[in-house]
Design a protein around this ligand. Structure first.
Ligand SMILES: NC(=O)c1ccc[n+]([C@@H]2O[C@H](COP(=O)([O-])OP(=O)(O)OC[C@H]3O[C@@H](n4cnc5c(N)ncnc54)[C@H](OP(=O)(O)O)[C@@H]3O)[C@@H](O)[C@H]2O)c1
Length: 260
């Protein structure tokens, strides 16, 4: 039996990705720290769809290999790996908490690389598989006031597209989902609920982002930006000098609005 493994499935985009995959009859392994939320989702998905759902509660920033060991110990065949867990932190870099900032690199980048490494070895043996990594529109641009977060997401895009090239003709695909600012607990965790970047009419829903993510599974494309307004924004931003781009994003991110 084949499984789609989704990290960060207890909330937001990961939870909606789980629903998208379940709707198309994929069996799921759901990973996050909050077991009770994973169990609730397991119950909901098994009631609504004819799928097998397994939960594994784990802090993947601390021990990513535990996820792989759990799958091996239970003989679970992971054919699609969705590295989606991540968080951000809003504010001036120098005012941030260094443990939260370096923990972000551990989760957004190091755990993603480790999980990709372990599961890719098995995929290569089988000659097929798909790794979908959640990047961001932040992957394309520098982001003052979320400097470390934007840099972690630039890493995700660069690493994933390089790996995709290394794996061409192997039957294994690598894709990057690039959500725009999306309504989810992410902004509360980051402490950025009041920024204009998030509080505007273009903010997307987690379901929007998850549909775009499932689209990557179907199309096997290299990456997809969620939302037409942000596709346009990134197309323009990529033609600007990087310093001007950083200044514009810094201006937008320093502006705050009353949270809606
Ligand atoms: N929302 C946005 O505007 C936005 C935009 C672009 C990209 N993204 C990216 O989209 C992804 C999902 O974000 P979201 O918006 O869905 O945020 P979210 O609702 O806060 O979800 C984050 C998920 O990551 C899990 N997680 C956090 N730390 C973890 C850890 N140490 N070990 C295991 N799981 C952990 C959380 O579960 P537990 O707390 O239960 O562990 C949760 O399921 C992230 O990579 C984020 O960077 C979000």
């Amino acid at each position: 039996m084949k499984y789609v493994l989704i990290t960060g499935a207890s909330s937001g985009i990961g939870k909606e990705l789980a629903k998208q995959f379940a709707k198309k009859d994929h069996n799921l392994i759901l990973v996050a720290r909050r077991e009770e939320l994973l169990k609730e989702l397991e119950e909901e998905l098994e009631k609504d769809y004819l799928v097998n759902v397994i939960c594994y509660a784990c802090d993947i920033a601390k021990d990513p290999k535990a996820v792989y060991d759990f799958c091996k110990a239970n003989d679970l065949n992971v054919s699609v790996l969705v590295n989606n867990a991540g968080y951000g932190d809003y504010g001036q870099f120098i005012d941030g908490d260094i443990d939260k900032l370096s923990g972000m690199i551990d989760l957004n980048d190091k755990a993603l690389v480790a999980l990709t490494y372990y599961f890719l070895k098995d995929m290569k043996e089988k000659g097929h598989g798909h790794i979908i990594n959640t990047g961001s529109v932040a992957s394309f641009i520098p982001g003052p006031y979320m400097a470390v977060y934007y840099a972690t997401k630039a890493f995700v895009l660069s690493f994933s597209l390089a790996l995709r090239e290394e794996l061409k003709d192997t039957g294994i695909h690598v894709s990057v989902l690039c959500p725009a600012p999306t309504k989810s607990p992410f902004w509360e965790v980051a402490g950025g609920e009041t920024t204009a970047v998030y509080n505007n009419i273009f903010a997307r829903t987690a379901k929007n982002a998850a549909r775009t993510g499932y689209g990557l599974y179907d199309s096997k494309k290299a990456y997809a930006i969620d939302g037409p307004a942000y596709k346009l924004l990134i197309a323009v931003a990529r033609h600007l000098p990087l310093e001007l781009c950083a200044r514009t994003i810094g201006y937008l991110q320093s502006k705050t609005k009353k949270a809606r």
